[in-house]
Write a protein that binds this ligand. Structure first.
Ligand code: ZN
Length: 236
């Protein structure tokens, strides 16, 4: 299982690497799961977490980078099973209560078509079991108040309530604000607000984080993000 460790000693494990990624942050004796994956990956996710934490089943928090179905379809089940607190953006909390988040726009002609068809048909598989989040993030939430070296910042653009999780201000888990599937590109195939998303890339660079862990694909270096930001930012 792929993992990262910050200089301060916080560990991050990639506990799901299928249709979407999920990460487990272990620090200060607290385990925080970031994203929950798709329903069909539930058993795989659970077995990876059990392997990692054989003696302590407890996941204290489930943080959702955003509420698209491929990231939150297991949120209700995990909340029920673990009794954990769900943290997400206030901007998408109403979607969570309804079990449906509108699909994002495509950023390429092909993905625009896919999105258009998806919005028209609204297939059952883009829905999820509704859940009630416990803690809502507006602009920023510093978990130092909970004794954790973690800060959540609003990085909207892919969706209106996308958030990123900064661990020891060194590694950022960014959901779909960045895409790690294509070589030499971080541009997601779907986003509601491209200009807002690129602005969020600048915000992520401003944190000083060195490594960015996306919701799909592999880790992204600061060098690549800076290169992409310089290419797409209107200020350049
Ligand atoms: Zn998404």
């Amino acid at each position: 299982m792929k993992s990262w460790k910050t200089k301060q000693g916080s560990e991050i494990f990639k506990v799901l690497d299928r249709r979407s990624n999920a990460y487990l942050i272990c620090c200060e004796n607290v385990n925080l799961l970031v994203d929950s994956g798709m329903e069909l990956d539930f058993q795989y996710l659970q077995s990876n977490i059990s392997t990692l934490l054989p003696n302590q089943r407890n996941t204290g928090y489930l943080i959702l980078t955003h509420s698209h179905y491929d990231h939150c379809q297991n949120a209700f089940a995990i909340q029920k099973l673990e009794g954990c607190k769900i943290i997400m953006s206030e901007n998408e909390s109403e979607y969570a209560k309804n079990g449906y988040t509108p699909l994002p726009d495509g950023t390429y002609p092909l993905t625009r078509l896919i999105s258009w068809i998806g919005v028209k048909l609204r297939p059952k598989w883009v829905e999820y079991v509704p859940f009630i989040p416990d803690i809502l993030v507006t602009d920023e939430l510093n978990l130092a108040g909970y004794g954790l070296p973690i800060r959540l910042i609003h990085t909207q653009g892919h969706s209106k309530g996308s958030i990123s999780i900064l661990v020891d201000n060194e590694i950022a888990i960014v959901g779909d604000a960045l895409f790690g599937v294509f070589r030499n590109s971080v541009f997601p195939p779907f986003a509601d607000d491209i200009a807002g998303m690129i602005n969020s890339w600048g915000k992520l660079l401003d944190t000083g984080c060195q490594t960015f862990l996306p919701g799909h694909g592999n880790e992204i270096t600061r060098i690549l993000l800076q290169k992409e930001y310089d290419k797409f930012s209107p200020r350049q």
